[in-house]
Design a protein around this ligand. Structure first.
Ligand SMILES: NC(=O)c1ccc[n+]([C@@H]2O[C@H](COP(=O)([O-])OP(=O)(O)OC[C@H]3O[C@@H](n4cnc5c(N)ncnc54)[C@H](O)[C@@H]3O)[C@@H](O)[C@H]2O)c1
Ligand SMILES: CCCCCCO
Length: 254
């Protein structure tokens, strides 16, 4: 998908990975970039507008843990303004294995509910035009960082959900792919709690190994958007964009 002249909704577009990705997206000249996030950062919004004045950048406060009906109401406002939306990026995530319910609510349920809400506007069975969903999951969805099993499992769940969305595209008209960053230097990874404090130094131990910058991640994120491959499992790690071949161990045959 060429980003130029498209309408993009980016949930969590102001975070560490999100803001650098928003910058790279704006440079590619979409018509609209609508950022939904629970953190307000008017300075960042102003900076994005200044990067490319031809792009209309708007912000709406949004918490992915709200009921689907509330998300639908917000999307109604956005669609009324934009008329069409080409890409939804779901990027919200927290990393704190002391917050079990909230981790699942944000990282998994939040992704599912935001996706479910936009289907009201996109599902071709309802006369919708279809659309594209990019879900930010994680390499921990492939193989866990086992000291944060709740976080890792929430990312595995989001990855599985995204893979299913892609298989349903022939019914819904909505395609999907996952964005799976490796360890990227953002506030999220500096200090966080392991499950039951099994490893109080998990963050330090991780950061002793090679990592990538948010800019490297963002530049590969844009390449994945442009590739627009339904069902792709993209690994964005150490500055590389790697297509992952998922090993099939069982098939439902339906
Ligand atoms: N940093 C990494 O190494 C890494 C690796 C793989 C995946 N990820 C994922 O990338 C995404 C961005 O992470 P980051 O490293 O930039 O961290 P970050 O903490 O800088 O960004 C997290 C983003 O999610 C938003 N968010 C959190 N809870 C929310 C909620 N309830 N409703 C709406 N938005 C909410 C935050 O406002 C922020 O924009 C997350 O989903 C994270 O799990 C990060
Ligand atoms: C444990 C640090 C991992 C950062 C987020 C990976 O998805």
């Amino acid at each position: 998908m060429a980003i130029a002249n498209k309408n993009i909704i980016f949930v969590a577009g102001l975070g560490g990975i999100g803001l650098d990705t928003s910058r790279e997206i704006v440079k590619s000249g979409p018509k609209n970039l609508v950022i939904l996030d629970r953190i307000e950062n008017p300075t960042a919004i102003a900076e994005l507008k200044a990067i490319n004045p031809k792009v209309t950048v708007t912000f709406y406060p949004y918490d992915v843990t709200v009921p689907v009906a509330e998300t639908t109401k917000l999307l109604k406002t956005i669609f009324a303004k934009l008329k069409t939306v080409d890409l939804l990026i779901n990027g919200a995530g927290i990393l704190d294995d002391h917050q079990i319910e909230r981790t699942i609510a944000v990282n998994f349920t939040g992704t599912v509910n935001t996706t479910t809400a936009i289907m009201e506007f996109w599902d071709k069975r309802k006369g919708g035009p279809g659309g594209v969903i990019a879900n930010i999951c994680s390499v921990t969805g492939f193989n866990a960082i086992y000291q944060v099993p709740v976080y890792s499992a929430s990312k595995a769940a989001a990855l599985s959900f995204t893979n299913s969305l892609a298989r349903l595209a022939h019914i819904t008209g909505v395609t999907a792919y996952s964005i799976n960053p490796g360890i990227t230097r953002t506030p999220l990874v500096h200090k966080f709690n392991s499950w039951l404090d099994v490893e109080p130094r998990v963050g330090e131990l991780l950061l002793e190994h090679p990592t990538q910058t948010t800019l490297e991640c963002a530049q590969n994120f844009v390449k994945a958007i442009e590739a627009n491959k339904n069902g792709a499992i993209w690994q964005l790690d150490l500055g590389q964009l790697i297509p992952v071949e998922w090993t099939k161990h069982w098939d439902s045959h339906i």
